[in-house]
Write a protein that binds this ligand. Structure first.
Ligand code: ADP
Ligand code: MG
Length: 320
């Protein structure tokens, strides 16, 4: 390695405390010490990005750093939890300064925006793999789980779904989108997803269950349904599709990306119907009601009055 391990850590990762005063001891010792506020539970989430599996060759390096944290922030959003600190386990083929600069810029810019502190990690040589563990807190007993949905409640989705999958297909050269700015907009949804952290926190005490959409709306909703022991019916016409996606692909393909594409990092959650109007009015992100929880297990889609059984098939690392 051109750059020594300690120099590398000192230069790119040692000064990212985001001004937090609850970091007792950050990067530099054998372990980090942080202060969890009284009355709150510690929340932990981990996600790993592997080169070629989670991002295509040629992905901008800033995006690799950004996404490593964003996917964890999205898990926190789905719990309604407050993110505070994170660790970074970085495995690199070689220490290239320009690469590290861009990687840490993408990562630390997002960290600063969400005021989360990098408090430690590990740096090793090997095939490019990035693991972030995000730590934070939720008021005791108030984190939102996947298991709380009841029959009759509305199923909601934030933002728009399907964009990231279309953007990724375009980055991989499997989908040709001629028109800009649509192509850039869809690719950006994959490269720089917005984790819905504020919405998640605002849903505490309102949503009965929540999950973030990483593997695809159908697959992730199916997980929420299974955890809650219920089923659902969604109306395909109500899926929130962006104008960019509608302009770029035929309707059937837009629906396929929306249901089975993944990488959206939107929130899918359930609420009692009476809460929906004020939520839709006040939420910091657009929220669409797409269906209803039913007691019969399974996921059904209604398209032009026709009911079809929806396959939950999303992305599964061990079934490809
Ligand atoms: P140890 O051998 O005790 O695990 P290391 O030499 O691996 O310690 O790491 C030294 C310090 O640098 C530790 O505080 C560790 O948390 C931190 N660190 C190592 N790699 C990273 C990284 N990629 N990002 C942030 N902190 C890191
Ligand atoms: Mg170590």
């Amino acid at each position: 390695m051109a750059l020594g391990e300690f120099e590398l850590i000192a230069r790119y990762f040692a000064n990212a405390s985001a001004g937090r005063r609850d970091v007792v001891l950050g990067v530099g010792d054998d372990a980090a010490l942080v202060r969890v506020p009284a009355g709150f539970e510690l929340v932990a989430a981990t996600d790993t990005l592997v080169a070629d599996v989670h991002f295509p060759a040629g992905t901008p390096v800033e995006s690799i750093g950004y996404r490593a944290l964003a996917v964890n922030l999205s898990d926190f959003a789905a719990m309604g939890a407050t993110p505070a600190w994170f660790t970074l386990a970085l495995t690199l083929p070689e220490a290239v300064e320009n690469w590290l600069e861009r990687f840490s810029a993408g990562l630390l810019e997002l960290a600063a925006r969400h005021e989360v502190a990098l408090v430690g990690g590990d740096t090793t040589a090997g095939p490019l793999t990035v693991t972030v563990q995000l730590l934070g807190y939720a008021f005791a007993g108030r984190a939102i789980r996947r298991s709380g949905a009841s029959p009759g409640e509305l199923i909601c989705v934030s933002g728009t779904v399907g964009d990231a999958a279309a953007g990724l297909a375009s980055l991989r050269g499997r989908l040709v989108i001629d028109a800009n700015p649509d192509r850039d907009a869809l690719q950006r949804r994959f490269l720089f997803p917005d984790a819905r952290v504020q919405l998640g926190m605002d849903l505490q005490g309102i949503a009965s269950a929540a999950i973030d959409v990483s593997d695809g709306l159908a697959a992730d909703l199916a997980k929420l349904l299974a955890a809650s022991g219920v089923g659902a019916r969604i109306e395909l016409d109500k899926l929130p599709l962006s104008d960019a996606l509608r302009r770029s692909v035929p309707r059937a393909e837009a629906l396929r990306h929306a249901l089975h594409g993944g990488e959206d990092y939107e929130l899918c959650f359930t609420v009692p119907g009476a809460y929906f109007p004020s939520l839709a009015r006040e939420a910091t992100v657009p929220v669409a009601a797409i269906g209803v929880i039913e007691s019969a297990p399974g996921l059904r889609g209604v398209d032009s009055g026709r009911v079809i059984e929806l396959s939950p098939a999303g992305f599964d690392h061990f079934q490809r």
